[in-house]
Design a protein around this ligand. Structure first.
Ligand SMILES: [Zn+2]
Length: 252
């Protein structure tokens, strides 16, 4: 209850500056130009922290302060919804964030805004190219304390179930290719809409090998996406989106 009250007062102090920030302006611009396009806004703190971690860091211990982070995530999600996002996607992996965001959205009058939770997000080496481009490598430590251990499939299923109980409308598995078994289990065991994120390392390996002439880029791209789809993903997030969409449209 105490946490809920704090979140109530925080979402209500969303300022003009919050809704004029760069992501919120981009959402509004997209919705103005292409209103039929569904906009999914990533909700996390790592793009806004100088240390690159996904949450608020306690100065005394250097650990992530889960509850302090929830309040900021809820506020961020409401500001995205207010800008026009159809779906908000918390990618931080803090405990309780889906419930906190759902409560804040409902209270702020955005009960139609859906939540796509990064439910099974595994720590690991496949994020490398993105981290370099976004300069989001943590300045100290790593994200293993709040992302999942790749060897533990049952833990992934438990995290997914928790997010669904807290009100997630769709759940995500990330990365996609190395975790096809998890995509399959999540789809099979929950029946929920599943999104899978083909991350920058998966993309870069295919592109780099194709540039060397070792593989056929288009065919390997489509096979990699087909495998993710076959495993059970309803939605695929991929850097190949435009190329794949063009090929699929041509094939029709
Ligand atoms: Zn993050």
């Amino acid at each position: 209850m105490r946490r809920r009250r704090q979140i109530d007062c925080l979402y209500s102090v969303i300022t003009e500056r919050d809704v004029q920030a760069i992501v919120q302006r981009a959402i509004r611009a997209i919705k103005e130009k292409v209103p039929e396009l569904q906009v999914i806004a990533d909700v996390c703190l790592c793009e806004y922290t100088d240390h690159g971690h996904c949450g608020v860091i306690r100065r005394e211990t250097g650990d992530v302060d889960n509850d302090a982070t929830l309040e900021l995530l809820a506020r961020e999600a409401v500001s995205h919804a207010r800008a026009g996002a159809d779906i908000v996607a918390p990618s931080d992996m803090m405990d309780g964030r889906v419930g906190a965001i759902r409560h804040a959205l409902d209270t702020a009058g955005f009960s139609d805004t859906a939540i796509l939770s990064y439910a099974a997000k595994f720590a690991g080496p496949f994020y490398g190219p993105f981290r370099d481009a976004a300069e989001s490598t943590p300045q100290f430590g790593d994200r293993r304390s709040y992302q999942m251990d790749a060897g533990n499939a049952d833990e992934a299923l438990r995290e997914v179930m928790l997010d669904i109980e807290e009100g997630a409308d769709m759940v995500m598995v990330k990365p996609a290719g190395p975790f096809l078994d998890i995509i399959h289990r999540v789809k099979h065991e929950t029946g929920y809409p599943v999104a899978a994120y083909q991350v920058s390392g998966e993309f870069a390996m295919i592109r780099a090998a194709a540039e060397r002439g070792w593989i056929d880029c288009e065919r390997v791209m489509m096979d990699s996406l087909l495998a993710i789809r076959r495993a059970g993903a309803d939605v695929i997030i991929t850097y190949f989106a435009r190329d794949a969409a063009r090929l699929l449209a041509d094939a029709r």
